[in-house]
Each structure stands twice: as C-alpha cells, then as structure tokens.
Design a protein around this ligand. Structure first.
Ligand SMILES: [Zn+2]
Length: 226
C-alpha cells in the first residue's frame, strides 16, 4: 500500500437556483462552497486526488452529483451541508450498515468539535423502505457521509461559520477527519510552522538575555572573591 494515492469526492450541497437553507443573511449554498473548497485545498496539499462536485455557484442536482461520484470511484465521499430547523451544532450521517462511513462521520465530527462547535452525533437515518433516507448515501458506492456543519437559522450557531476565516477553519477540520480516516498524517500549514519558529526565536532571545545577566553576576562574584 506504499504511496497509494487516495481519491476523495467532495459534494457541495445545493447551488444555483437551489440556495438550500437561507437565514441570518447567509445562504447554505455559499457556505457549503467555501467550506468544501477549503477542505479540498487541504486534502490536495496532502497528496489526495480530489473531485469537487462544483467550484462555483451553479445548478448541480443530486442525481448528477451521485453519477459523478460513482464514475470517479473514490475511497471516500463526503457531502457538505449546513442545517436548518432550529437545532444547534454539527451532525454527520453515514450508511446504516456502518463500516468506514461510520468511522469517517465520527472522525469528522471529532475534528469539528476541536474548533469549538458542539456535536449532535454521528447518525443513520432510514426511509420507509428501510434504506438510507439520504440519496447521497443511498446512491453512492463509496463509504459516504453527509456533514451538516451548523444551523443557518440559529443566530448563535452560525457564529462558528459566519466569516470567511471560520469557513476555512471548518473546511480544514473536515479535511483532518478525512485524512485520519485514510491513515494520512496531518502536516501543519507553513504559516503554523512560521509561528512555531517565531516562538522558539523569542525563547532563544530570552534565554540569551538571562545568560548574559548570570555571566555578569558571575563576574561580580569572582571580583569579590579575588
Ligand atoms: Zn443542505
């Protein structure tokens, strides 16, 4: 399995004439796109072959998305959404049979919790026929998860995703959950490494000053003894 290039399909929920949930000045289709693109960038940075269902605001119905996903034959598939209906927190749905999809849902939620969002849990949902309720999970061949990041119609819950920086953070959190599921070690961004370097440089400066002070004290004591 050395150097296997994994494939991940990212579905961006809604788009074009279908805005998804709309509330508090936010449209779900826009949030999904920003979060999905950040997720994609992060996966690509880790060598994953990614196919995103849409990269701009356009109509992209679910049947088309499922067709694209199955043709791509990914190792994992995730559909990015945001919620409505007055709840609070993130949740993720997986195939009722469990398996890797369940692991993916749990890993993604664990990372979302780390950025300060609460979790409503990893769940299954069946329709009247006992099959998966959600078409994306029912129709895709790969282990698939639908992640609902936050409730657009909850003025408090949207605070976790109402800026571009926060949408990016959410996308990165989802990517981390995907990478963990694939067994790929997360590598910090170059910006993060620059922060770490700056911290060490400050520590070196502080220790050098302390060392100078001690040296001068030693010289003083030596002068007294001599
Ligand atoms: Zn949606």
């Amino acid at each position: 399995m050395a150097n296997k290039v994994f494939k991940v399909f990212i579905g961006i929920g809604h788009g074009g004439s279908d805005p998804g949930a709309v509330a508090n000045g936010l449209k779900e289709k826009d949030l999904n796109l920003a979060i999905g693109q950040a997720c994609s960038t992060e996966l690509v940075r880790h060598g994953v072959n990614v196919l995103v269902s849409r990269t701009k605001d356009e109509n992209d119905d679910l049947a088309e998305e499922i067709k694209e996903c199955n043709a791509f034959k990914p190792d994992l598939a995730i559909d990015i959404h945001n919620n409505a209906g007055g709840g609070d927190g993130a949740e993720a749905y997986y195939h009722y049979g469990g398996g890797i999809g369940k692991t993916l849902a749990e890993n993604v939620l664990a990372e979302i919790v780390k950025i300060g969002q609460n979790s409503r849990g990893a769940k299954i949902r069946k329709n009247a026929l006992g099959k998966d309720y959600y078409g994306f999970i029912r129709g895709t061949s790969a282990p698939a998860v639908i992640v609902e990041c936050a409730f657009v119609d909850n003025a408090t819950d949207i605070k976790i995703i109402d800026t571009a920086a926060e949408q990016k953070k959410m996308g990165i959190a989802i990517a981390k959950g995907i990478l963990k599921t694939l067994g790929i070690t997360y590598i910090a961004e170059v910006d993060d490494l620059a922060d770490i370097k700056a911290k060490y440089e400050a520590e070196i400066k502080s220790l050098t000053e302390k060392n100078k002070a001690l040296q001068s004290k030693i010289e003083q004591i030596k002068a007294i003894v001599a």
